[in-house]
Design a protein around this ligand. Structure first.
Ligand code: FE
Ligand code: FE
Ligand code: ZN
Length: 314
């Protein structure tokens, strides 16, 4: 009926796209979906693959270095070889990286600004070496300075870092943030402003963190609010920039700006919101990474959340 309606109004292209998406949607098997968790590299990069296999991931996220230190151990050929070999013998077809939490490109302290810029370039190069296509970045905080200026400066630094690594293909993904304090990137308009500063649009994108977006005020828990949120995202940023999801439920209320992740279905977003994402034909190919809380039984915790997500597939 929907197809006929589109035909009657003469939108042939839209109709073909619709049929294409529908067919792909029905053909999709659970094994083809890029889904997994943030895993540890302690003991070596290949260890992350081991953990991913044990959990049952088809995609994993790692830090390529300690996330709370500026310094990083150089990546040697043996690291790359072990990782590549281990990945080949697994169901994991995608590795993505998360950049250090220390990076704050818009900092008012020149030393932090400089260190952040150098660190971002280094992280991009590390990803390139490891064959990682996406690097997720927290855009940072305005500290005591003006938010608008900070957003502009951050975008300019991302642009410069991409230019300084023009021989690399790794794409930087700006993460949607919770909006705690004066952090930037919790509002779609702020992310769009940063993207505006970037010349090579092929190497910039967005990672939509469900918990962060929800506490920032974007509701995805009901059908209407879910549609509105992504319609708004499309209008302000453009859905073609959406390259990854961080899938987390939230302990805190919508609009609270407090970032506390919760198990899928046990938080304020609830199972329905995740059912929409998992079954949205627009997002079938988009990697989905869990960052849900873990206890000492990390593998079990991850497995449980992964199973919950997969069970939502229609
Ligand atoms: Fe993050
Ligand atoms: Fe996240
Ligand atoms: Zn978070």
């Amino acid at each position: 009926m929907e197809i006929c309606q589109i035909y009657e109004t003469g939108y042939d292209d839209r109709c073909l796209l619709y049929i294409h998406l529908k067919i792909r949607f029905f053909m999709i098997k659970k094994d083809n979906i890029l889904i997994g968790c943030h895993v540890s590299i302690s003991g070596g990069f290949f260890k992350a693959i081991d953990e991913g296999i044990e959990i049952g991931c088809t995609a994993i996220q790692i830090f390529t270095k300690s996330n709370r230190q500026w310094k990083a151990k150089a990546i040697i050929d043996d690291d790359i070889q072990a990782l590549t070999e281990q990945k080949k013998n697994s169901n994991i077809s995608l590795i993505v990286a998360h950049a250090s939490y220390l990076i704050n490109l818009g900092s008012i302290t020149p030393e932090v600004q400089e260190k952040s810029y150098i660190a971002l370039i280094d992280e991009i190069k590390r990803c390139q070496k490891l064959g990682i296509p996406y690097l997720v970045l927290h855009p940072g905080t305005a500290e005591l300075s003006n938010k608008k200026e900070t957003i502009k400066r951050t975008g300019q630094y991302i642009n410069q870092a991409l230019q300084a690594t023009s021989d690399c293909s790794t794409t930087v993904l700006i993460e949607t943030m919770a909006g705690q304090g004066k952090s930037i990137g919790s509002i779609f308009e702020e992310i769009a402003s940063m993207i505006d500063q970037v010349e090579n649009k092929k190497r910039i994108g967005v990672c939509f963190d469900t918990c962060h977006a929800f506490v920032a005020g974007y509701d995805i828990s009901t059908k209407n609010s879910y549609e509105e949120t992504f319609q708004h995202f499309d209008q302000i940023i453009g859905l073609h920039y959406l390259k990854m999801f961080h899938i987390n439920d939230s302990k805190k209320e919508r609009g609270s700006h407090v970032d506390r992740h919760e198990d899928i279905g046990k938080g304020t977003i609830g199972l329905q919101g995740f059912t929409f994402i998992m079954n949205d034909p627009r997002f079938i190919d988009i990697p989905k990474i869990l960052e849900t809380p873990v206890t000492e039984n990390e593998i079990k915790d991850h497995q449980r959340n992964l199973q919950t997500l997969l069970s939502l597939l229609a």
